[in-house]
Structure formats: structure tokens, C-alpha cells
Design a protein around this ligand. Structure first.
Ligand SMILES: Nc1ncnc2c1ncn2[C@@H]1O[C@H](COP(=O)(O)OP(=O)(O)OP(=O)(O)O)[C@@H](O)[C@H]1O
Length: 375
């Protein structure tokens, strides 16, 4: 059963059968040194990337970092002040050229779904097919509505639909003209938390089916890790790092990028013989000179209980059950502030206990002391 059924309304909530959406010829989306400022605010600065046909990419970063502006530039809603935007090597913007949004063969989906309130659901979906004969447009729109499980809703109006249903109408409307590139701005943020997981999974399946290249904006790192073939990480208008979810999570470009994905424990280490020494263990720091100070970041899940005498001893200051895990704060000798530790609830020690821990070096990230470069 789709979890949407239990959360929103009593109406049926099944999406249509997978594999029935119309496929497109995916486009390559290229940004070549693109910049745009709003007065003194440099919203997008010298951004370059290349989205391969059919790739699903999440544009990720904190609020105000320029994600929406970048998406709007890709769509042709904003003009870059310098640089070039290309789809399949054709210039959409740059060198004096500018192709308007309706000529770019892109699909757009906004955070608030932006359905037309005065149009019925079928007319909302058929809106992008105005070039077709009415009967053909309606036929295509019906197929798309069926795929998102809303075939019975075609005569309804947007205000009569729940948020999850509106999201599906917006998705059907975006895919129905078979765009080469889909651009989606926070497409799940307006949805109830419990609904989000199933809608994300269905949307991802649908995107793969249409084979369109997709760029999704999100500020949620977990969402990006779960959805994307590749993540583009932005900060203050710049592209900081591009890579697969495993690359970005496992080897963040700097300490700030690491903090964006996880609440990190941060310790200062001193290097000796290629190892950063800290009060809770030593971690590889290849290429660093003896005596150099480095920043060691440890994920809360790096810690496990260990045999006495081997790892650091810690005093459990607090232990909180949070469902599938327990969140602990633990005081270690030589470390100023208590460290955050997370482990399976069944294994977690009680508050007030002193016990030995081990620390998984694979969960440690070592950076230069100022956090600007990984080691
Ligand atoms: N039309 C505009 N006029 C002036 N400033 C703007 C305009 N659009 C965006 N900005 C500014 O540009 C910067 C980037 O904004 P943008 O909306 O692209 O960021 P974002 O990463 O999408 O943020 P959020 O996640 O909060 O939507 C911000 O400082 C924002 O205030």
C-alpha cells in the first residue's frame, strides 16, 4: 500500500503502473562559467557543470545559496549576466543569444506546484500541449494523469485536491510535453513528512521512465543522497563540489560541506608519523608534517562499544532513545565538550555508565586545521 493512502484523504491514492509514461530524448544541460547578481548580491558565481542525458542531479545547498536562481537561469526565466547555458550543445543563453523558456523543451515544476486554479485538472495537464489538436492533447493528458494515478480526477479543480494530489498533477503537467530536461524546485517540500518518502520514490521512478535529464533543487541532504545520481553542492552562489552521493558524503570538499550532511564531532589532532593523534584515537593524516595541527571530524555513528583497555573510556552523560537508534552524549578524557554518539538502541549504554568505546577510522574525516582542505 502506498503510504499516501493512510495519511491524506480517504480517496484512493495509487499511482498508475510503472513503465507506462512516455519516454523522451534526454538532453545534455551545460553551464559554462555562468554568473548573475541582483544588485550587490552575487546569486550565482562562475558556475560550470555538465548534466549528462538522463542523469538525475540534485542541486543542494543552504537557503539563499543560489539554487533557485540557477534553476531559473536554466529554465530561461532569468538571463545570466555572463557565461553560457547550452542544451545539447545549442546555446540557450550567452554570446548575445537568448532562447525563451517555451522554446527550450524543458519541463518545470515549482515548489508550490503553481497549478492554474481556474482550469480543471485535465486542462492544467494539457496546458503545455496547446500546439496539439484538442482531442490529441486531452488523450496525452489522460495518459499522464493515469500514470500518476489521478485518471478519475480530470474534471476536478486544484483547490479540491490535497497537497499530494496537486503535486502529482504538477508532475503530470511537467512530463506530458516530453521535455528533454526537467527542472524541479523543491518538489517535495510542501508535502507532509509521512507522504514525502513514497512520493519521492514514485517521482524518481517516473523520472527514470521518461528518461529526461532532471535537475532537482533541495536543501535537504538526506533527500539529495537518496535521489540523485549526482549531487551539485552550492554555497554562497558557488559550486563547491560535484559528485555521486557516496563521493560527496564520504569525501566532502571541506569541513563546512561535511557539517552540511551530518552533525559532526570536531577535535584538534596533532600529527605524528602520518597519524593525527586525538584523545579518542589516531586517524590517518598522510602527507602531514610531524607536529602539524589538523581538524578531525567524527560522525556520531563512528562510535561503538569496545573491549575494555583498547579504545577510549567514556562517561555517558545522557542517553536518549530516538526510535531506531539512541543518541548519547559522552565525556572523554582530554576532550573539552561531550561528544555526540549514535548507536543501535539495543546496544546503547545507560546514562551514568562508564564504558570503553571504539572509533571506526572510516567514519573520520581529517582536514587542514582551518577546515578548508581534506587530507
Ligand atoms: N529577484 C531577486 N532580487 C533580488 N535578490 C534576489 C532575487 N532572487 C534571489 N535573490 C537573492 O539571491 C540569493 C540567492 O537566492 P536563491 O533564491 O537563488 O537561493 P536558494 O538557494 O534557492 O534559497 P532558498 O532555498 O531559500 O530558496 C539570495 O541572497 C536571494 O535573496
Amino acid at each position: 500500500m502506498n503510504t499516501a493512502e493512510s495519511t491524506e484523504t480517504a480517496r484512493p491514492h495509487h499511482w498508475g503502473p510503472r513503465g507506462t509514461a512516455a519516454a523522451t530524448f534526454a538532453g545534455r544541460l551545460t553551464f559554462d562559467n555562468v554568473s548573475l547578481s541582483f544588485g550587490p548580491i552575487p546569486a550565482v558565481r562562475n558556475v560550470s557543470f555538465d548534466l549528462k542525458p538522463g542523469e538525475i542531479v540534485c542541486l543542494l545547498g543552504p537557503s539563499g545559496c543560489g539554487k533557485t536562481t540557477l534553476l531559473r537561469i536554466a529554465a530561461g526565466i532569468e538571463r545570466p549576466e555572463s557565461g553560457r547555458v547550452l542544451i545539447d550543445d545549442q546555446e540557450m543563453a550567452g554570446n548575445g543569444r537568448f532562447v525563451p523558456p517555451e522554446k527550450r523543451n524543458i519541463g518545470l515544476m515549482f515548489q508550490d506546484f503553481a497549478l492554474f486554479p481556474h482550469l480543471s485538472i485535465i486542462d492544467n495537464v494539457a496546458f503545455g500541449l496547446r500546439g496539439l489538436k484538442r482531442a490529441d492533447a486531452v488523450k496525452e493528458a489522460r495518459l499522464a494523469l493515469k500514470r500518476v494515478g489521478l485518471a478519475d480526477y480530470e474534471h476536478e479543480y486544484p483547490h479540491r485536491l490535497s497537497g499530494g494530489e496537486q503535486q502529482r498533477v504538477a508532475l503530470a503537467r511537467a512530463i506530458v510535453p516530453r521535455p528533454q530536461v526537467m527542472l524541479m524546485d523543491e518538489p517535495f517540500s510542501g508535502l507532509d513528512q509521512r507522504l514525502r518518502d513514497s512520493v519521492r520514490a514514485e517521482t524518481l521512478a517516473l523520472l527514470k521512465e521518461t528518461r529526461a535529464t532532471a535537475m532537482l533543487v533541495t536543501h535537504d541532504p538526506i533527500e539529495a543522497l537518496g535521489l540523485a545520481d549526482r549531487i551539485l553542492l552550492m554555497r554562497r552562489g558557488r559550486l563547491i563540489q560535484a559528485g555521486t552521493p557516496a563521493e560527496i558524503y564520504g569525501r566532502p570538499a571541506d569541513a563546512e560541506a561535511a557539517r552540511f550532511f551530518c552533525d559532526m564531532n570536531e577535535l584538534t589532532g596533532r600529527v605524528r608519523g602520518g597519524l593525527a593523534e586525538t584523545p579518542v584515537g589516531t586517524f590517518p593524516a598522510p602527507g602531514c608534517a610531524d607536529g602539524e595541527a589538523v581538524l578531525v571530524m567524527l560522525r556520531p555513528q563512528a562510535f561503538a562499544l569496545g573491549p575494555s583497555g583498547l579504545g577510549p573510556e567514556g562517561f555517558v552523560l545522557s542517553s536518549r532513545f530516538i526510535g531506531d537508534a539512541s543518541a548519547l552524549t559522552v565525556v572523554f578524557k582530554g576532550v573539552e565538550a561531550p561528544l555526540a554518539v549514535r548507536m543501535p538502541a539495543a546496544l546503547a549504554p545507560q546514562q551514568g555508565v562508564s564504558t570503553a568505546f571504539t572509533v571506526d577510522p572510516a567514519q573520520a574525516l581529517v582536514f587542514t586545521a582551518d577546515g578548508s582542505n581534506p587530507i
